[in-house]
Design a protein around this ligand. Structure first.
Ligand code: ADP
Length: 494
């Protein structure tokens, strides 16, 4: 009797194994942290072997603690940190270089060299030329190992993002596969044809033979024979797309925002890719059978990380939840704004040179105002992105589904609802990323019958409704616009 779907959620800082039941209920989580290396300023790497070991350890702990038998597990869904790049030896299965993590800027010059191709790349991929995506990272690895290019061309090396690596290991090296959502983040994938693109491969001089085969998100990816019980892997998606699915944003126009270290907002835009004129990325949301669904994506670099800075940089709070208590001690920010451009600004500005700035300080400004302005600064960035999303899609948002660590902050969620003038909905199960992968896997095997059945399981613990006077909202948004403009004009070194 199959009782569970097992989700593997392989993130930047940890790997988690999570069991879900028949109604999408969370049974248990096991987690292993992963060490990240910063070998040089801006470089971020992890050991691909450690990633794999952490996944196996979390699965083993989960199964043992829950006293379940592997044969009670219907299927496996995998979701993962996106863009992180691994290259390994086809013969031995050994990684030839550390995994280069999505955040890493070590390939900035490789991207700069291809600046003249940025429009072409954007039109083919929906992505902006940036070290963030996998293509430049593969190029970097081939350039930094002995005979890299030659070995790749001879078919001796394989490339994969994290899901491909995990599928490969779980199937004992039998399957070299990716899914459309992860492929759409490589910068080698044609967003319109949903295939690897020969011209993009040429721009990066990457041989086709090292790339995995692209599959739908709900698909038979092979049996996890490594676990000795042949459980099929039947759902795979990148973390943000999986969260959109786990939030049951199945209809066009439905959106979610994840308030993690950064914030990632995705809107389901239906079956046609829209290319943004204002800094949004276009990405594949999922593919079930032959039907591809697309999403527009906004990336905000400093979400919860802004609150970490209050804790670790300014030291005005001891824990991030304290920010809420501090912020609600005052009735407003007294005209103080923080533009949290600590690492530049992402969507819709994509300005690498802007630095963070406080505006409107007086002798009366206290740490309470600072905390409140910081939380508001996170929310304003989402509002900027959403404004662009609504303009480009001509869809007016009715509600925003939320998740991620900072969605536990009631002040932030209420303020977000106020300035967006729409409901902000926090689900009961905040493990939406893992849940999305589990749903995809279970849908393929019939463990979950349909999207409408899944929608019925989705419950909310809190719904924040807009309360703020419209005039006040407009005043605040005007202040924010001015703050962003002023911060962006402060470029002392240019
Ligand atoms: P990630 O997946 O990126 O590691 P998480 O979803 O685990 O992120 O969220 C962690 C982030 O959420 C941290 O940056 C932290 O500062 C922030 N955070 C967690 N709880 C709160 C809170 N109550 N108020 C504000 N920020 C919070």
């Amino acid at each position: 009797m199959k009782k569970y779907v097992l989700a593997i959620d392989q993130g930047t800082t940890s790997s988690r194994a999570i069991l879900f039941g028949k109604k999408g209920e969370l049974i248990r989580i096991a987690r292993r942290d992963i060490e990240t290396q910063f070998p040089k300023p801006g470089w971020v790497e992890e050991s691909a072997t450690d990633i794999w070991v952490s996944v196996v350890a979390s699965i083993t702990e989960l199964v043992e603690k829950e006293h379940i038998h592997y044969n009670e597990i219907d299927s496996i869904g995998i979701t993962n940190q996106r863009e992180t790049t691994i290259v390994w030896d086809k013969e031995t299965g050994t990684p030839v270089y550390p995994a280069i993590v999505w955040q890493s800027r070590q390939t900035a010059d490789l991207c700069d060299k291809r600046n003249s191709k940025s429009d072409f790349i954007f039109n083919r991929t929906g992505l902006r030329l940036n070290p963030y995506f996998s293509a430049s990272k593969i190029r970097f690895i081939l350039d930094h190992i002995k005979d890299g290019q030659k070995r790749a061309e001879n078919g001796e090396l394989l490339f994969g993002t994290v899901e491909t690596w995990l599928i490969y290991k779980l199937t004992n090296g039998k399957c070299h596969l990716t899914d459309v959502t992860n492929a759409s983040r490589t910068m080698l994938f044609n967003i319109k044809t949903c295939k690897w693109d020969k011209e993009l491969l040429k721009i990066w001089n990457i041989p086709m033979c090292m790339l995995p085969k692209i599959c739908p998100t709900a698909y038979d990816f092979g049996d996890a024979t490594y676990l000795k019980h042949d459980i099929p892997i039947t759902g795979v998606a990148g973390d943000q797309q999986a969260a959109l699915f786990g939030q049951t944003c199945f209809a066009k126009g439905e959106s979610k925002n994840t308030y993690g270290t950064g914030c990632f907002m995705l809107m389901n835009i239906g079956d046609k890719p829209i290319l943004s004129k204002h800094g949004l990325l276009t990405t594949v949301a999922w593919q079930i059978n032959n039907k591809v669904t697309y999403a527009l994506e906004a990336s905000v670099f400093m979400g919860g990380a802004t609150i970490q800075w209050l804790r670790d940089g300014l030291e005005i709070i001891k824990s991030t939840p304290e920010s809420e208590e501090l912020a609600t001690r005052v009735k407003d920010t007294d005209g103080v704004y923080l533009v949290p451009a600590f690492v530049g600004l992402g969507t819709p500005y994509w300005d690498n040179d802007v630095r963070a700035a406080f505006f409107g300080l007086t002798r009366g400004t206290t740490k309470e105002h600072i905390a409140r302005a910081s939380l508001e600064g996170v929310a304003y960035q989402i509002s900027d992105s959403l404004k662009v999303m609504q303009q480009e899609t001509k869809i007016k948002l009715k509600s925003l589904n939320v998740d991620g660590g900072a969605s536990a902050n009631n002040f932030l969620m209420q303020f977000q609802s106020d300035i967006l003038a729409c409901d902000v909905k926090l689900p009961v199960c905040v493990e939406t990323t893992a849940l999305g992968a589990a749903y995809m896997a279970g849908l393929h095997t019939g463990f979950y019958k349909s999207l409408s059945e899944i929608s019925k399981y989705h419950r909310y613990q809190k719904i924040f409704k807009p309360k703020m006077d419209k005039k006040l909202v407009n005043e605040k948004l005007r202040g924010w616009d001015l703050a962003v403009k002023s911060a962006r004009s402060f470029k002392p070194n240019k």
